[in-house]
Design a protein around this ligand. Structure first.
Ligand code: GTR
Length: 327
């Protein structure tokens, strides 16, 4: 039987060992995933984050972000984060919908009333709840990034939902997104982001949906020039760390990383608002035909079955209610 003294010694040794695995002096190299090119607001936000962390850790935590999906497409990157072969990343909630159900709530169509409303929700207790669920799935969110409103763009003009009927619309890997597109009367085709341009070109799909900056940076406007401002979802994004990496950090490093991520999010949000305007101008100059949807009522009404399927489970219904009640 262990004596009390021996037990104390064993506990102290365990604590020392834990401390050793995260000794402050040990240099660490972190690999980061990003889907966007280096000049995109997300990329600049991530660069700001890694600079702040390098400064504040005296170069002990050295992070390198591989921009432009160099480490693979989104679905692979999510798996790699959960396995710890990618240490940090910036993800849109849509790709996480099938893995962490509460992310579906933040993806639901026509839910957020404004950018300010969305910031209050994600930066508050509701955002924390979703973040906790993500952390339990191996992805620890540190800060929420903006991704604006997503709209439809197609190879033929779309003014009312009926115009979409029978069209093949690209979606991310998400059952919720498949159901949103179905509810609009179109056919959903899940495809990686990096395959959308050629799929539009070859006729595999007739359209996709995204925000102004992605429509512009990917040059999708060259092959699907009709953009209808449906603004059907304001699904946000997170800057996150693999939980395998996170668990090995001491509290001081965790606090430092969180603060740096939040500062980078402030910067990313400023860049985002500006880039939305610039991208809109660029695509119009490049030949995009914009249909301004002024009455979103008919689009919104079609989303009833989506809410029935995804927002009636008591936990989801409660989150939706709390989001709606958030001023
Ligand atoms: C972009 C988003 C990416 C990815 C992409 C897509 O707007 O920033 O993370 O979700 O859309 O549609 O695959």
């Amino acid at each position: 039987m262990m004596t009390r003294r021996l037990m104390n010694w064993a506990a102290a040794a365990a604590v020392a060992l834990l401390g050793w695995t995260s000794t402050p002096s040990q240099a660490q190299e972190w690999r980061g995933w990003n889907i966007h090119p280096p000049d995109y607001p997300v990329s600049k936000g991530m660069d700001r984050f890694t600079e702040l962390v390098a400064q504040r850790s005296n170069n002990r935590i050295r992070m390198k972000t591989f921009h432009s999906a160099q480490l693979g497409q989104q679905d692979e990157a999510i798996q790699q984060m959960r396995l710890g072969s990618i240490d940090f990343a910036e993800f849109n909630m849509s790709g996480l919908n099938n893995i962490v159900p509460s992310t579906q709530v933040l993806t639901l169509p026509f839910l957020f009333r404004s950018v300010a409303h969305q910031h209050t929700v994600v930066d508050g207790p509701i955002g924390d709840t979703v973040a906790e669920d993500l952390a339990n799935a191996g992805i620890v969110p540190l800060a929420w990034y903006d991704a604006g409103a997503r709209s439809m763009y197609t190879i033929r003009p779309v003014k009312v939902p009926a115009d979409l009927r029978g069209m093949k619309i690209r979606v991310q890997t998400s059952d919720l997104w498949i159901d949103i597109i179905k509810a609009l009367g179109a056919n959903a085709t899940p495809l990686p982001f990096g395959e959308v341009y050629t799929s539009l070109q070859s006729g595999v799909i007739d359209g996709a949906e995204n925000n102004w900056p992605s429509y512009e940076s990917t040059r999708h406007f060259e092959v699907a020039k009709y953009f209808a401002t449906t603004e059907h979802s304001n699904v946000p994004e997170v800057l996150a760390v693999s939980s395998l990496r996170w668990r090995r950090l001491n509290q001081a490093d965790k606090d430092m990383l969180r603060a740096a991520a939040r500062e980078s999010a402030q910067y990313q949000r400023q860049l985002w608002a500006e880039r939305e305007r610039v991208s809109r101008e660029k695509v119009i100059a490049g030949g995009a035909q914009v249909t301004d949807i002024t009455d979103r009522g008919p689009w919104q009404q079609l989303m009833e079955p989506v809410y029935k399927k995804y927002a009636t489970d008591p936990r989801m219904a409660d989150l939706v209610r709390r989001i709606r009640e958030t001023p």
